[in-house]
Design a protein around this ligand. Structure first.
Ligand SMILES: Cc1ncc(COP(=O)(O)O)c(C=O)c1O
Length: 431
């Protein structure tokens, strides 16, 4: 099939919500390392990594070799049988988890990981009410959709009672019109008022992303999680860190939560970059919490699948052996510096540059003083970058935030090339 035919069949046979980037969608033929080759014969520098999922580079030879070997050995038998790759991965995770005595439950996606975490919090506490964040993204399950803090992603009216949305720690657009640090972390402290006024006062827990991904890489102030998790625990709830995007070194630390002092979640979820593109979801909890999940509760047929868990084990090895967390720190700092310089070059149109590690965002506005979001200009930047063979992502409630998150193997030359393309793309889009 040629590219045109693929696009036509995509539009004809897939649900229309399976939408593509770009006016002329890019049809990928193959990918290697940092490069995606399109059906147009061009090589694109990939600074979005399949939505932060290709963590160690496309078709990393070591991950690929192990996956192929596993495909030839054992593909599936379900969790009804103990499997070596599953227990090896769970043991590995217990050693690197941000809390002691971690136990794991594997599924196939971030949605399932989050839904499992919420179920666990409810089962463990015997309560139902839950706090989520405005601007958050939790996936496509019933609970996940109701936790969603962004109207465009919800699709249906709220169906599950008992989910309350706290103010997001979105400093650039503070709901309280305050400035950090003089704000006294009003958004964090308001969680207590929310619990006291909008719930029975007996919550199952709170779920939050260490950096709000789809929301536009919103980074909370460093004291945020210490304050909110303290409040949640005080009211008997469990704290769920949704690390679907932020784990595995992406933020410059193994876990996103490690960027926030004096904070340990009770439950942690992940997916995306964990297996470099093989489907996997992780719900991890402290043993005393995890042990509440007894009986036949919530079996996942594909959970702990030998191919996915092998890919995850290989991905974790690559991250360690290629020192990718350190690379994220160095390349993230370089990328951030470059983006801040670009903000200096376009001070009216670039309202905010933020992020951690290799998770950097640029918020595009009509005028930095009014902060009015400029979604059309954001699309123009995306198109201009694609024309120059650079792939980046987009997000944020207002559709005006560029998300820049290359695979963690990115090098100095590629960061500099991407910055040069962005400079030219901004110039074109803002002309
Ligand atoms: C923070 C977060 N949680 C959950 C999900 C849902 O993951 P999935 O699309 O794998 O179901 C996503 C997906 O983008 C996410 O970013």
């Amino acid at each position: 099939m040629d590219a045109r035919e693929i696009i036509e069949k995509h539009n004809q046979y897939l649900f229309p919500n399976v939408s593509n980037y770009y006016q002329e969608p890019l049809v990928p033929l193959k990918a290697n390392g940092m490069i995606v080759t399109g059906a147009d014969g061009k090589n694109y520098l990939d600074f979005f990594g399949g939505i932060l999922t290709v963590s160690v580079g496309h078709c990393h030879p070591r991950v690929t070799a192990r996956v192929i070997e596993q495909q030839k050995t054992l593909v599936h038998l379900s969790t009804l049988y103990p499997m070596e790759t599953q227990v090896r991965l769970a043991e590995r995770l217990a050693h690197i988890a941000p809390f002691s005595q971690a136990k794991s439950f594997f599924t196939s996606s971030g949605t399932e990981a989050d839904e499992t975490a919420v179920l666990l919090a409810k089962v463990r506490t015997g309560r139902r009410e839950l706090i989520a964040l405005r601007h958050s993204y939790g996936g496509r399950g019933a609970v996940a959709l109701n936790m969603m803090g962004q109207a465009p992603w919800r699709l249906v009216d709220s169906e599950i009672p008992g989910i309350k949305h706290a103010h997001a720690p979105y400093c650039y657009r503070c709901d309280f019109h305050l400035k950090y640090p003089d704000c006294g972390l009003a958004c964090a402290r308001d969680v207590e008022t929310l619990i006291q006024t909008e719930t029975r006062g007996l919550i199952a827990g709170m779920i939050a992303e260490p950096v709000m991904g789809v929301g536009g890489f919103i980074v909370p102030p460093k004291e945020y999680f210490e304050i909110v998790s303290g409040i949640v625990n005080q009211y008997g709830g469990l704290f769920i860190a949704d690390e679907v995007q932020t784990a595995w070194g992406r933020t410059g630390k193994w876990w996103g939560v490690q960027n926030f002092p004096n904070f340990t979640p009770d439950i942690l979820t992940s997916a995306k970059g964990m297996a470099n593109g093989q489907p996997i979801g992780l719900t991890m909890a402290k043993a005393d919490v995890a042990d509440a999940m007894r009986g036949l509760l919530s079996l996942a047929t594909f959970g702990g699948n030998p191919v996915s868990t092998t890919a995850a084990l290989a991905t974790l090895e690559v991250i360690e052996e290629e020192h990718l967390v350190q690379n994220v720190q160095a390349m993230g700092a370089r990328l951030r510096d470059g983006l801040e310089q670009l903000q200096g070059d376009f001070p009216v149109r670039i309202g905010d540059v933020r992020g951690l590690g290799l998770m950097q965002a640029v918020e595009i506005v009509k005028d930095a003083r009014s902060k009015e979001p400029d979604a059309p200009a954001t699309v123009r930047v995306m198109e201009a970058a694609k024309k120059r063979q650079l792939l980046i992502g987009k997000g944020g409630l207002y559709g005006n935030t560029l998300r820049i998150a290359p695979p963690m193997i990115v090098n100095v030359g590629q960061v500099d090339d991407a910055l040069k393309v962005l400079a030219d793309s901004f110039a074109e889009a803002f002309a």
